[in-house]
Design a protein around this ligand. Structure first.
Ligand code: 8YV
Length: 323
């Protein structure tokens, strides 16, 4: 019997479950016939919560059930699934899994960009459907001659930009601050959209970036413009995007994220030239394992040393509060 009780909100990878189970008393919320009754029963003992983007929001009302809670360890670099202000106010450390997925998501972003421009999924479907026997696949748009604008030059944005440097296309960016990088900086998003043919969105989700990409930005991107979103669905006004695609005021989009995952609006599914992927940017076995391991390391190190490996900045002041 372990002395520290940890609650997992929904199934994480087997390597996460196994390791947490060997070090702690692990409670599986998703296996409980009556989750609310279970929370009422074990809530006072729970000192750690392991969760992920898809497991529902960890808000103040949820946190209130766990008076002894010290750490919420979330799977994923984005932590918009956790109300970090509420957690910090309750003295609860929040951790995410940054760094280990940067290269993977950057590789994937370049892949989605090329797939969208050159219509690779559509061409593959064309071949599989036997259509090649009847004629050639239609010519596609291209990356050649296009200017790329990166919205959010964080670690993943920089990794995307570095990769695209090899493609001989101009690269610019917008973010809160100018950075010491060899790319043009646009202090306004509209300015970047006007100067770009492709916008690659890779900013954190949450209230601060909600509907950053709206009608106005899409209009500025223009009729030849392509939107690539590998960030969060919340960053794009999805209704505005659908209207722009339907009206042809932008050319296309490559999306890995949506406003209400896993539900994707029928209006997007009805647009055959748009490339739609099921939030798989970090989804390789190797990278997901690395993210899972980091989650485990965060929890183990917190209860051992009082400092996680990768706490989010908003809860940095809580380091050392445990043990
Ligand atoms: C995660 C992600 O795989 O890291 C993130 O923020 O969006 C993905 O890499 C996803 O959150 C897991 O559910």
């Amino acid at each position: 019997m372990h002395t520290i009780d940890v609650l997992m909100t929904a199934p994480l990878l087997p390597i996460v479950v196994e390791q947490l189970e060997s070090a702690f008393t692990l409670h599986r919320l998703w296996e409980q016939p009556d989750p609310q009754a279970f929370i009422a029963e074990v809530g006072p003992r729970i000192r750690g919560v392991a969760t992920s983007t898809y497991h529902g929001r960890i808000d103040d009302a949820f946190l209130a059930h766990f008076p002894a809670l010290e750490i919420v360890a979330s799977f994923g670099v984005g932590y918009d699934n956790v109300d970090v202000a509420a957690a910090a106010a309750r003295g609860v450390m929040v951790t995410n899994t940054p760094g280990v997925l940067d290269a993977e998501v950057a590789d994937f972003t370049v892949g989605l960009l090329l797939a969208t421009l050159r219509q690779l999924p559509q061409a593959e479907r064309f071949l599989r459907d036997g259509q090649w026997l009847k004629g050639a696949f239609p010519l596609s748009p291209t990356l050649r001659g296009r200017r790329i604008g990166i919205v959010g030059l964080g670690n993943i944005g920089k990794a995307v930009a570095r990769r695209l440097q090899g493609f001989d296309v101009p690269i610019a960016y917008h973010g809160r601050h100018r950075q010491d990088v060899p790319f043009d900086y646009y202090p306004t998003l509209i300015g970047l959209a006007e100067a770009s043919d492709i916008l690659v969105v890779i900013v954190p989700g949450g209230a601060g970036t909600r509907h950053l990409i709206d009608h106005e930005v899409l209009a500025a991107l223009g009729a030849d413009g392509v939107l690539i979103n590998v960030a969060r669905g919340s960053v794009v006004d999805e209704a505005a995007l659908i209207e722009s695609l339907q009206a042809g005021t932008i050319l296309s989009a490559g999306l890995d994220v949506y406003a209400d995952e896993p539900r994707v609006p029928q209006a997007l599914l009805d647009l055959p030239h748009v490339v739609l992927l099921p939030h798989v940017g970090s989804g390789s076995v190797r990278t997901r394992d690395a993210m899972g391991q980091l989650l485990v390391d965060n929890v183990v190190q917190w209860f051992r040393d009082g400092t996680p490996v990768t706490g989010v900045p908003e809860t940095a002041g809580l380091v050392g509060r445990s043990v």
